[in-house]
Design a protein around this ligand. Structure first.
Ligand code: SF4
Length: 204
């Protein structure tokens, strides 16, 4: 797939897994095609399924709030999902669905070549791990850390929906996500050893 439009067109017609039976709209990635930051969520929720765009509900509002606080706008990021069709209410995508849908995310990463990738939640981490052929672990053990895989800096974060369910973690989420946004401002094409060391970035 040689353009984001082609990825989106393939997603909108896709029937490769059972989730297409339940969707109203499949959801393509949105945002600046030249963005240096890519945010990856899990799968569309009810609102996203209705309008066909990612992170338009309360989770998206929480991300926007943190972005605004750290002087960033939604125009500076590309936001997408691991899985493009809404799973059944109250369920997370199954491994088979994550795998089947992963070529779309892989294509977006290849086209955008973002410097910073922020996978939010375990589904996004699994999907990214599959694409990059790395074991990243679970979000409870790696949130707030930074990893370098090839030229991609990875900053895993809790999914905002998990934060909304457990507001005690809001401050932790805000600080870690804000730190990732701050770091994005200082990224250069080649990250020096000093930069990697100073920011405790683990090379995978
Ligand atoms: S979830 Fe992904 S693989 Fe499954 S039907 Fe939707 S677009 Fe296709």
């Amino acid at each position: 797939m040689e353009s984001l439009e082609k990825v989106c067109s393939a997603v909108s017609q896709c029937k490769l897994c059972d989730l297409h039976y339940f969707r109203r709209k499949s959801v393509c990635g949105v945002g600046n095609p030249a963005a240096r930051i890519m945010i990856i969520g899990e799968a569309p929720g009810t609102k996203e399924d209705e309008v066909g765009k990612p992170f338009v509900g309360r989770s998206g509002q929480l991300i926007n709030r943190v972005m605004n606080e750290f002087g960033m706008s939604r125009d500076e990021v590309y936001i997408t999902n691991s899985v493009r069709c809404k799973p059944k209410a109250g369920t997370s995508p199954k491994t088979r669905e994550i795998k089947t849908c992963s070529p779309y995310l892989k294509a977006e990463i290849g086209l955008l070549k973002p410097q910073l990738i922020i996978p939010m939640g375990n589904t996004a981490i699994r999907s990214l791990g599959l694409i990059m052929d790395r074991k990243l672990g679970k979000i409870s053990g790696i949130s707030g850390k930074f990893f370098l895989i090839g030229n991609y800096l990875i900053s895993p974060q809790f999914h905002p929906a998990a934060i909304l369910r457990n507001p005690k973690k809001l401050e932790y989420f805000r600080i870690n996500l804000g730190r990732a946004f701050e770091m994005a401002r200082h990224l250069t094409a080649d990250l020096s050893q000093e930069f990697l060391k100073a920011n405790r970035i683990e090379i995978l």
